[in-house]
Write a protein that binds this ligand. Structure first.
Ligand code: AHR
Length: 664
């Protein structure tokens, strides 16, 4: 993963800069391991924004596969004799298509799907096409030709993969066939031709790569999950964000609709499809194919604690100022029941009502749910009075579950000041804070948690990203300031128990919101500088905070300390001392790390430095240059218990040394 450099490079880095000022003395008390760093400390927040689910992480390649979009044929082109009918085999997705012979041998009946910004396929890889079909007129056999094709007029032969499918039953039945394209294409289409003189009904046309993450048939894109896994996240928050609230309550994320056979999961409008006029996507819906079962399974497979967020009876408060848009207190019972049922779905035995559904879906063992968030970015007394009822019910039925409340959409201000005391009064376990803020904020907030009340709820920094002023896109400088800020999270790990950057994913052609952690197109993805910052913290999080001073003073975590930010941890498993230092200044900075408190028989082994740095602050990795900025790793020799280094301007460095016993 990391570029490996030899021993000479740090020397070069140290000597190649001029104008180095005062040396900053950083002292790490290696014998004073303090607060435990929670396994959940650094995690991921997934929301279906920017085509993050359908068209993104969810590997389905067909858009509107069940003809349930309000415009039933959106995403499809039809030719020949086609009828749309609505008494299909799946009651919650009743529409289907009837293909009839055109009555003319040279005139095809069939249909074509455009996918999500096209269908991305790779040469010689296998793609599973499946469809529910029947012969409604009882004829003996129907035949279909399935093709992947390049729609462009310049292709001599548009078809890049073909297969035949025989339909042999008057009853609805699932059929499938494998397609292997002879070329790689980012924007292919799927074509289905009727090749027999027979009437054939088709429903739920689906196309997945066979090679999904862990090979699941209703699976996820392997490259994207690999990127998530590579972070080693401790917690996985899902499914949003604003989509939990919905544009209105009717379009809120309803987890019960997202489980069971995919063919019968009803479509939901995505709250992000017409949110911004400058990015308008009227075809953005949620198939729920990536539903709560898949979310829990994903969390398990990437080693993260699942953290579902549930609607609290409030629709998006930005978009709904009228009280009648929300569920009243009297109407809240079904919402509370949803939360209780979810806990049973995740943790209940296979003979419980909801645990049975989980078991039938292939996971008899519990998902070990420990956390639940009630409400996303809610505010006002209308939130607090609803949350209170949830808290009472969950505490009574499931005292083992930790409840997360909200501090509103802002990192400070009236609502924030009102909500925190209310969260304390309700005794929630953690409070979710959100901050999409400019450079200045990130530079001034490294000590944000130093003075938080240690007796109240813990902190979950549930959504944050540096939105550079005038530069609301990914670039290295923003990521660097996120790293600076995160040293403050780490130094305060006794109170900060979770942190998740947001948003996570964005389709290069379908984004609404940026910056984002991982960008992708139909074939590949790119890890941004912010991704690497998250990864470096997560993979070097250690187990306990170590006290660290700079020039004999506690690290203040703000700009005043010459633009330097730092934290230190001890890792019980690897027996390592890990120091993170961020130089946000435009100058090289000399530092000396003093590892205090080592016993006479203890020493430090050859260690390593991992460094993230970019020559150009306004740039980031792109799909064309995905590896332009990535961590570099090189060995570091330490003599005794001190290390002198020169940090390059605008850099994030991690120093790791293993504590060992000196040879006698
Ligand atoms: O992450 C994007 C959005 O930002 C989330 O949906 C919402 O919670 C916040 O306003």
């Amino acid at each position: 993963m990391f570029k490996i450099y030899n021993l000479l490079i740090p020397l070069f880095l140290c000597t190649s800069f001029c104008a180095i000022g005062q040396t900053h003395e950083m002292t790490i008390a290696t014998d004073k391991a303090g607060a435990t760093i929670q396994p959940t400390m650094y995690g991921l927040f997934f929301e279906d924004i920017n085509y993050g689910a359908d068209g993104g992480l969810y590997a389905e390649l067909i858009k509107n596969r069940s003809f349930e979009f309000p415009q039933a044929l959106m995403g499809w082109k039809t030719f020949g004799k086609i009828d749309l009918l609505d008494d299909g085999p799946f009651p919650r997705n009743p529409h289907y298509i009837r293909l009839s012979p055109s009555g003319h041998s040279q005139k095809w009946t069939g249909l074509e799907n455009e996918g999500f910004f096209g269908i991305g396929v790779k040469k010689d890889e296998s793609y599973r096409f499946s469809v529910w079909a029947r012969l409604p007129q009882g004829q003996e056999q129907g035949r279909l030709r399935i093709e992947l094709a390049i729609p462009g007029a310049n292709a001599e032969n548009q078809s890049i993969a073909q297969a035949e499918l025989s339909i042999d039953s008057p009853e609805w039945k699932k059929y499938q066939v494998i397609l292997q394209p002879n070329t790689t294409e980012a924007e292919a289409v799927l074509r289905v031709f009727l090749t027999s003189n027979t009437v054939v009904d088709l429903e739920h046309l689906s196309l997945f790569p066979v090679d999904t993450w862990r090979g699941h048939e209703n699976g996820l894109r392997k490259d994207l999950v690999q990127a998530l896994y590579d972070i080693r996240p401790g917690v996985f928050r899902f499914p949003g964000g604003c989509i939990v609230e919905g544009t209105d309550l009717g379009t809120r994320y309803n987890w019960k609709n997202s489980i069971g056979p995919v063919e019968n999961r009803p479509l939901n409008e995505n709250r992000w499809h017409y949110t911004f006029t400058y990015r308008f996507f009227p075809d953005y819906y949620q198939s729920y194919g990536l539903g709560f079962f898949e979310f829990f399974q994903l969390a398990e497979e990437i080693g993260a604690a699942p953290l579902p967020v549930l609607n609290c009876g409030l629709a998006c408060q930005y978009q709904n100022s009228d009280a009648s848009a929300h569920a009243s207190l009297k109407e809240l019972d079904p919402y509370i029941q949803d939360a209780l049922d979810l806990i049973e779905f995740a943790n209940g035995t296979p003979d419980s009502e909801w645990g049975k559904i989980r078991a039938e879906m292939g996971h008899p063992n519990p998902f070990h749910l420990k956390f639940i968030a009630i409400g996303n970015e809610q505010w006002g007394p209308e939130y607090v009075e609803r949350l209170e009822l949830f808290v009472q019910a969950i505490r009574k039925a499931h005292p083992e579950i930790q409840i997360i409340g909200s501090s509103g959409p802002n990192s400070e201000g009236e609502q924030f000041d009102y909500l925190w005391p209310e969260m304390k009064r309700l005794q929630v376990d953690l409070v979710d804070e959100h901050f999409y803020r400019p450079e200045k904020w990130f530079l001034s907030q490294g000590n944000r948690y130093d003075h938080y009340d240690r007796k109240g709820p813990k902190v979950f920094a549930g959504e944050y990203a540096c939105h550079g002023q005038g530069k609301k896109w990914n670039h290295f400088h923003a990521a660097l300031l996120e790293a600076a800020f995160m040293t403050g999270l780490e130094r305060n790990a006794d109170i900060v128990h979770m942190a998740t950057y947001a948003p996570l994913l964005a389709h290069i052609e379908g984004w609404q919101w940026r910056p984002d952690m991982i960008w992708f197109d139909n074939l590949q993805c790119v890890r941004t500088s912010s991704y690497y910052v998250q990864q470096l913290f997560s993979r070097n999080k250690g187990s306990h905070v170590l006290p660290l001073t700079m020039n004999q003073k506690p690290v203040a975590g703000n700009e005043d300390q010459d633009g330097l930010f730092a934290s230190a941890v001890w890792d019980n498993t690897t027996q390592e001392i890990i120091v993170k230092v961020v130089n946000t200044s435009d100058r090289p900075q000399a530092i000396t790390l003093h590892f205090d408190g080592l016993k006479s028989q203890e020493g430090l082994s050859i260690g390593k430095c991992i460094r993230l740095h970019a020559d150009e602050q306004t740039l980031d990795n792109t799909l064309d240059h995905p590896l332009a900025i990535q961590p570099e790793e090189f060995p570091i020799n330490i003599s005794g218990h001190t290390l002198q280094q020169t940090l390059s301007p605008y850099s994030f460095s991690i120093y790791k040394f293993q504590k060992n016993l000196k040879k006698k």
